[in-house]
Write a protein that binds this ligand. Structure first.
Ligand code: PLP
Length: 397
């Protein structure tokens, strides 16, 4: 076995390069992930909250690439990772990620063996699920690491805070489960003015009081998602679980950048065609946009087949030469058109769809607003057809 080496990356790297055809790699449309910013966001958040961070990397690390992001977070010292499904946890283990991983989603009995086999922490959200985990752990002769999930107002998975006593008592008494944590999820923390968060925190504290009543040691308490991290210091408790903020994006339109996290993702492409559209002629499917006067129109080779929102048709903007230009007509599956007016652009000129160019910027938040989506959907929607490039980090060989 070769000892791990660390080196500073001199140019953009694509860890899965060898698995892809050269043609796929040459695609001029790409997502650029700045691992340096990812690490600095993690460190900014940790410095502010003063407790360990469980970095959430579900849904392909919010579109940034599950394995490269998780590996880098591990390299720069993240305490724990969180994913939604057991398959995501197994993918991390297969990629050699060794930090503790909590699977946040609800479990099915037959999956429990996989959790234990791959050393993944299990969310236990009811007494029934606890019994399933115990039975499997006992049968395998291996203890299972669990976090109890309390529902404090989300009404998703989790035992209600007002009836969680028996689950907590059974978990404390369990021979085959190691109680690593207790947690709940905030429904409205993206809005700093919502009264819901204080109510949820109070219910969570009441649930945790059962441990004192039982004279049992308190497991790690965690409650804060990105909204909690940004707006509600009382929710930080023993560990925080930021997702979107780690990638430098705010969770909601009312959210405040109270920690100076910076965007990690850029989405760039290149001009593939130039033409002049004559006054009165429509552009793209459905002929929904018509040139008022002769104008220059360029085509960009990315579309909703890549997850770029079709809702940006005649609404979104891109940057060329540091200048904002409007998308005109419908976004097609594989391309869309931009009206550059009297400006110039040549084939292969860089087009920035998300990110910075010559001091101008288009944020994920802006794209989300223009497309009538949440920033989560914009990030997670960008699919596997777009190659990811990783820059700015210490990458593990
Ligand atoms: C997705 C998720 C998070 C992270 O949410 P963000 O709003 O992206 O910070 C935290 N906890 C749970 C349980 C989640 O499902």
């Amino acid at each position: 076995m070769v000892a791990p080496r660390f080196f500073r990356c001199a140019h953009a790297m694509q860890p899965s390069e060898s698995m892809m055809s050269p043609a796929a790699n040459d695609r001029p449309t790409r997502i650029v992930v700045d691992l340096g910013r990812l690490a600095s966001n993690l460190h900014l958040i940790r410095a502010r909250v003063g407790v360990p961070v469980m970095a959430i990397v579900k849904a392909n690390a919010y579109g940034h690439g599950l394995v490269p992001v998780a590996r880098h977070l591990q390299t720069v010292g993240v305490e724990r990772l969180g994913v939604a499904f057991v398959e995501e946890g197994i993918a991390l283990r297969r990629a050699g990620v060794t930090v503790p991983v909590l699977v946040l989603g609800g479990i099915f009995g037959p999956q429990v063996a996989q959790f234990i086999e791959h050393d993944l922490e299990i969310t236990v959200s009811s007494l029934d699920k606890l019994r399933q985990v115990e039975a499997t752990a006992q049968a395998m002769g291996r203890r299972a690491a669990i976090h109890l999930k309390i529902d404090t107002g989300m009404e998703r998975i989790g035992v209600h805070s007002y009836s969680c006593g028996p689950l907590i008592e059974a978990a404390c008494a369990s021979r085959w489960c190691v109680l690593k944590g207790i947690y709940s999820h905030l429904a409205c923390a993206d809005d700093p003015d919502s009264p819901m968060t204080a109510r949820q925190l109070e219910r969570f504290q009441e649930a945790c009081a059962h441990f004192e009543r039982l004279g049992a040691p308190m497991p790690t308490r965690h409650l804060a998602n990105s909204g909690g991290v940004l707006h509600f210091p009382d929710t930080w408790l023993d560990m925080v679980r930021p997702g979107i903020a780690l990638y430098g994006v705010l969770p909601g339109s009312a959210s405040k950048r109270s920690i100076a996290v910076e965007p990690v993702m850029s989405l760039v492409s290149k001009v593939v065609y130039f033409k002049v559209v004559k006054a009165g002629n429509p552009v793209s499917y459905g002929a929904t946009w018509t040139a008022e006067h002769d104008t220059r129109v360029v085509t960009v080779p990315i579309g909703y087949g890549d997850g770029y929102p079709r809702a940006l048709s005649s609404r979104g903007e891109v940057l060329i030469h540091g200048q904002r230009h409007p998308i005109v007509g419908r976004v097609c599956m594989d391309q869309f058109m931009i009206d550059i007016g009297r400006h110039s652009a040549w084939n292969e000129d860089e087009v920035v769809l998300i990110g910075e160019q010559r001091g101008e910027a288009i944020s994920v938040e802006t794209v989300a607003e223009q497309g009538g989506e949440s920033p989560y959907e914009v990030l997670v929607g960008l699919n596997e057809r777009i190659p990811r490039r990783y820059v700015g980090g210490l990458l593990r060989d």
